[in-house]
Design a protein around this ligand. Structure first.
Ligand code: SER
Length: 874
């Protein structure tokens, strides 16, 4: 069975068991700052387990994109060296939200794996583990399913702390968790390894294929397990591992999907397609890197972008090890698209973007390596002894991205060793710095969480009644907020729009008799709308009925910018092509900012074209239409959806211009496109490799922008004593006149210098038979003085000359010695002495030298050095 068929069979099986098929969520977890990457199928359902989110279904099945390359579940260093670890993998899962529990979960898993209709695996090859104290699961397996006790293993807290066990699963240090039962497949006696729980369990013989977690608890930061509102189920089966089993191979890298990636990797690198771990690393990493980029991550020096950068660099290093010349990694994307594009359309749509980002990063890494090598050489040159200090290794690694194993290779070649302990100390310190600076790993339970939902009434207007459901101060629930206190208010109904889809949250007031709460921002937490602000009078208590008023001018201006963003998005795809994908946006009342994938700066005529298209749509003044529908129907209508956005089961489709723009969007918009008035682009720039940014203004702000430009024009015209119509002619004439005057000035200066030269020559004095000329000439620059010295040399025939003067508060000095005297006096030496006197520096050839200084008051002292030099030589 091919991997794609297994994926489909799994989803169909669970559909037949009453589960709703739900799409994979983005690798960037939605609304969850505690998690680096989506690392399990259950992530998108976390709030369903906690009882904070209700969906239309209580049973779901997914094939979820997962990355485990950072955070709690991190497989990065194992990849390539075991048969079964990956940075990216697909997790097949079935979920119950307070619906079925242990018995059904176990029997579904067994039926799917062993029944003839489905995977038909030999039962005697399957082993099962349960949490040590989970007698219920043990009994279901042995009594109901009939798994012999010899192939059952109880696993306790084998990871050094209570509930730290292979059979107790938690997404992170806090949040939903529970005991689990895992199903293992025995790959046979010719593979090394022992059953789970045995000392040889890390071998590749007994491979865990399916984990069934019985979600029962919510763990808080104090380590306490609180029972969930309803026991639930979360299962996960790695598609690659089950494919290996069904394709009768013993390593994930031998399955259909990886075969073509390995082949493409070998071709791109130009090496043999053999069993080398480095080749597996490359074939594995192209998946995580491509999917992460498709979901909007870009290489950078922090957070998610930093992990991506590390994976790309690890791939480059392993490619280099195999002899890759130049960039190769981006060339493998095409094979990945061919293999997985059908199941994940984002790969197809973003292929060019992914390739571009990878290529740029590869090139940058090559430069980094070159630079790192230079730095290392410098450090090695000054090295005493044969130990490279830890801080040097760390600096190379941290500042220059220079891999430690490479430093190690170089050290080995020169019989040097690394101070590994010192390096580890620096790394530890850096990890601590990173931890304290990052929200990842933060306590999920410390985020404001609210039972119940807020009904949003703001599409219809900016005012409405609501009752206070909950209040928070410093993240803690409180009964009331007093006058002057800052905090968060949650209402049962609100017209305030909470920040999402790039549109900022509304601001305004909540009011009741004698009570006023100033809302500065509105944010969402699950289904609740959080009004952040301060009590500006009275006391706000739970249950209070308030009148909510959004500041309408701000909201209206924001709405125009939001609608214009959609029009711009559609226009960009028309002008630049379908590869344009939204990479971010910010919409407020002042302007709109739109980031999107594109490879080069947008040309001025293209910018004009974009403006023309958007303004034409504005003038058509069509109604902005919204429709609530399900996601499949929306996609059929061609609605542009964002990868990375979490969409519910019902979505809002927003259309403008009779199909010109169709997007999924929950934002606030104009009623008709004509409301936007005018659209004007104010800037275009690059924000990262392959990502461009356009900023634009609309409505009154666009008019203000144009008025300001017009004012400038008027001012310029009046300065030029002309009008707007002849401004360019006037300006050209002024510039031409300027050029002429400059020319004339040059000629005059030359004449004046020549005349001055004649006068100056007369001032030379005889010092011990040598003609010495040292004179002050203010207001001339170095170039003019050089010309003058040259002229004086000709006139005097044989002389030592030093000219100096003040220009813009600084000293300028030029020295010259005629050829016949350079054996005795050097202009460079003279200049060193002269400049030392005025606190500056200078130097040059024996016959001509130049310099300067800052101490104008000592200029005469500087000039006196000429005479002194000649006298001293006597
Ligand atoms: N969440 C569990 C795991 O990742 C089961 O899906 O193993």
């Amino acid at each position: 069975m091919k991997s794609a068929e297994i994926r489909e069979a799994f989803l169909r099986f669970f559909e037949e068991k009453g589960h709703t098929r739900v799409a994979s969520s983005s690798l960037i977890p939605a609304n969850d700052p505690t998690l680096l990457f989506t690392n399990a199928g259950m992530n998108q359902f976390k709030d369903c387990f906690l009882g904070l989110e209700k969906r239309a279904y209580t049973r779901a099945t997914t094939s979820q994109k997962c990355v485990r390359a950072g955070g709690k579940h991190n497989d990065l260093e194992n990849v390539g060296y075991t048969a079964r670890h990956h940075t990216f993998f697909e997790m097949l899962g079935n979920f119950s939200f307070g619906d079925y529990f242990k018995r059904d979960a176990i029997s579904y898993a067994w039926e799917f794996l062993t029944s003839e209709k489905w995977l038909n695996l030999p039962k005697d090859k399957l082993w099962v583990t349960v949490y040590a104290t989970d007698d219920e699961a043990f009994d279901i397996w042995t009594r109901d399913v009939g798994v012999p006790v010899e192939r059952m293993v109880r696993i306790g807290d084998n990871k050094g702390a209570p509930y730290a066990s292979d059979n107790f699963w938690a997404m992170g240090d806090t949040g939903p968790c529970g005991p689990c039962t895992e199903i293992f497949f025995d790959h046979g006696a010719d593979i090394w390894g022992g059953p789970p729980g045995s000392p040889e369990e890390d071998g590749d013989r007994y491979i865990e294929i399916w984990n069934n977690v019985f979600m029962q608890f919510n763990r808080t930061a104090d380590g306490v397990l609180h029972p969930l509102p309803a026991p639930s189920v979360d299962t996960g089966m790695g598609l690659e591992r089950i494919s290996a089993v069904l394709q009768h191979v013993h390593s994930n890298y031998e399955i259909d999907l990886f075969q073509s990636l390995l082949k493409a990797s070998a071709e791109a690198i130009g090496c043999a397609n053999d069993d080398a771990p480095s080749l597996k690393v490359v074939a594995d990493h192209i998946r995580s890197c491509s999917f992460l980029i498709a979901d909007g991550v870009l290489p950078s020096n922090e957070g998610r972008g930093y992990v991506l950068r590390r994976i790309i660099r690890r791939a480059c290093r392993h490619g280099n090890k195999l002899g890759a010349k130049g960039t190769f990694f981006h060339k493998i994307v095409a094979a990945l698209v061919a293999e997985m594009g059908e199941a994940f359309s984002e790969l197809v749509q973003q292929q060019a973007h992914i390739e571009r980002v990878l290529k740029t990063e590869e090139e940058q890494f090559a430069k980094t390596l070159e630079q790192g090598l230079k730095i290392l050489e410098q450090d090695l040159a000054g090295l005493e002894g044969n130990l490279i200090p830890g801080h040097v290794v760390f600096k190379l690694y941290d500042t220059y991205g220079f891999p430690v194993d490479l430093t190690n290779d170089i050290a080995r070649e020169r019989s040097l060793t690394l101070d590994e302990e010192g390096f580890e100390r620096e790394m530890q310190a850096q990890r601590e710095r990173a931890r304290s600076a990052s929200a990842f790993g933060m306590d999920y339970n410390s985020l404001v969480k609210v039972d119940g939902e807020t009904q949003f009434t703001g599409y219809a207007g900016t005012q409405g009644q609501g009752a206070v459901l909950a209040l928070f101060r410093d993240g803690q629930a409180v009964e009331a907020l007093e006058d002057g206190q800052e905090g968060v208010v949650v209402l049962d109904r609100t017209p305030f729009y909470a920040e999402s889809g790039g549109q900022i949250g509304d601001s305004g007031y909540l009011e009741a008799d004698g009570v006023r709460f100033e809302v500065r921002d509105t944010q969402k937490a699950g289904g609740a709308y959080l009004h952040h602000g301060v009590v500006a009078g009275g006391r706000l208590g739970k249950g209070l009925a308030v009148e909510a008023r959004v500041t309408a001018e701000v909201r209206d201006a924001t709405a125009l910018n939001h609608s214009a963003t959609h029009l711009l998005h559609a226009a960009l795809r028309q002008v630049l092509g379908d590869h344009v994908q939204q990479k971010g946006s910010l919409v407020d009342s002042q302007r709109l900012r739109f980031d999107f994938s594109h490879f080069e700066a947008i040309k001025p005529d293209q910018l004009r074209q974009l403006e023309d298209i958007v303004n034409a749509e504005i003038r058509k003044n069509t109604a902005v239409e919204t429709e609530e529908t399900d996601i499949d129907n929306a996609k059929r209508k061609g609605a542009m959806a964002l990868f990375g956005e979490k969409y519910g089961d019902r979505v809002r489709v927003l259309s403008m211009g009779g199909g010109f723009s169709v997007e999924l969007c929950g934002g606030i918009h104009a009623s008709r496109t004509g409301d936007i008035g005018l659209f004007k682009i104010v800037s275009e720039s690059g924000v990262a490799a392959g990502v461009r940014r356009i900023e634009a203004v609309t409505g009154a702000a666009a008019l203000a922008y144009l008025n300001a430009a017009e004012e400038q024009l008027k001012e310029a015209a009046s300065l030029l004593k002309g009008g707007r119509d002849n401004l360019v002619d006037k300006l050209s004439a002024v510039l031409e006149r300027n050029r002429q005057l400059e020319k004339e000035l040059e000629q005059l200066k030359a004449k004046a210098a020549s005349a001055a030269g004649d006068d100056l020559a007369g001032a030379a004095v005889d010092v011990n038979g040598v003609k010495v000329l040292a004179t002050r000439l203010d207001g001339l620059d170095g170039k003019a003085l050089l010309a003058l010295v040259d002229q004086l040399k000709n006139k005097l025939g044989s002389a030592v000359i030093l000219l100096g003067g003040e220009l813009d508060g600084k000293v300028v000095l030029v020295a010259g010695v005629t050829q016949d005297l350079t054996a005795r006096f050097k202009a460079g030496d003279l200049m060193k002495q002269a400049t030392a006197a005025v606190g500056g520096k200078g130097g040059g050839r024996p016959d001509m030298a130049q310099g300067g200084g800052t101490d104008v008051a000592r200029l005469d002292e500087a000039l006196a050095t000429a005479r002194a030099l000649v006298e001293a030589a006597a």
